[in-house]
Write a protein that binds this ligand. Structure first.
Ligand SMILES: O=C(O)C(=O)C[C@H](O)C(=O)CO
Ligand code: ZN
Length: 274
């Protein structure tokens, strides 16, 4: 079963006057992981798509998504998949990729139908693509690690870059995940924006009762979302995307837009934020 929800792009002036329910309706990505279903969110931010596929021991196939207006979803798109569950496999273009928890699969433009099998919980990201780069399974051993922050500022974390120019080629997609060191709570602090690229977060690896207080909004007009495990935040190009969590957590970040330079960020000092 496939379901697709559309999220339209929001002007910052509109976001400024939203109440909690409206903020959550536009920017919180929830209910993406249901047994036996593929559930997608089609955003109008760089036409980025995020979602979940949970085969629950069976098999699910993603082929046509009416929203793209193409015969098959990947005809003019690339895809990044992260397995946040137990081991499962993804079949595409005559290949079968076995994915352990934390593995990332890149599927290039024109790869055809995608089938999800086994006990995986597959987080799906996708963006329009102009060229067909080779599909590739990237394990944590192949990723590029960046260590940032320190315990004294409660922001010590490891950034694992998978779909990233220093690891492999892609069109628009840049993807990886960040894990907080024990005792550190802050991700992406100091905050930044990058008007050239949208970004989406998926928080995972959290206790059921835990929450991340995800900060969003223009730097001088911040708002927040309380986010649970396996929920995400859609970050428009004008918005910061930072958070402080209760207990351990990781988050998958994925971006699409005008460049694939991970370091192209406009930082905001904490003292400049409101
Ligand atoms: O902890 C961090 O800092 C991040 O993971 C930053 C995100 O990857 C990001 O916002 C990239 O633009
Ligand atoms: Zn960012």
């Amino acid at each position: 079963m496939l379901s697709v929800e559309t999220r339209h792009a929001v002007h910052p002036a509109q976001a400024k006057v939203m109440d909690t329910a409206e903020l959550r309706a536009h920017f919180l990505a929830r209910d993406m992981f249901r047994d036996g279903e593929i559930r997608l969110i089609y955003t109008h931010y760089d036409r980025f798509v995020m979602g979940g596929a949970v085969p629950a021991g069976g098999s699910l196939t993603l082929e046509t998504v009416a929203e793209t207006g193409t015969e098959r979803f990947l005809d003019r798109r690339e895809m990044g998949i992260v397995n946040i569950g137990d081991t499962g496999s993804v079949r595409c273009d005559g290949e079968c990729y076995e994915m352990a928890r934390g593995d990332v699969l890149y599927l290039g433009k024109g790869s055809g139908a995608v089938s999800f099998e086994g006990e995986g919980r597959f987080y799906i990201t996708s963006a329009p693509a102009h060229a067909a780069f080779p599909s590739r399974l990237i394990t944590p051993a192949d990723c590029k690690e960046v260590r940032l922050g320190e315990p004294a500022s409660s922001n010590q974390r490891v950034i694992k870059q998978f779909i990233h120019p220093q690891v492999m080629e892609s069109c628009q997609l840049v993807l990886g995940y960040t894990s907080l060191a024990e005792g550190s709570v802050w991700n992406t602090m100091p905050s930044h924006v990058h008007d050239r690229r949208m970004e989406a977060y998926l928080y995972w690896g959290m206790e059921e009762e835990a929450r991340v207080l995800h900060l969003m909004g223009e730097p001088q007009e911040t708002r927040h979302l309380f986010v649970a495990n396996e929920e995400g935040a859609i970050s428009p190009p004008w918005s910061i995307h930072s958070g402080a969590g209760i207990g351990r957590y990781s988050f998958i970040w994925a971006m699409a837009g005008d460049n694939i330079d991970f370091t192209d960020m406009d930082f905001v000092k904490p003292g400049e934020m409101r």
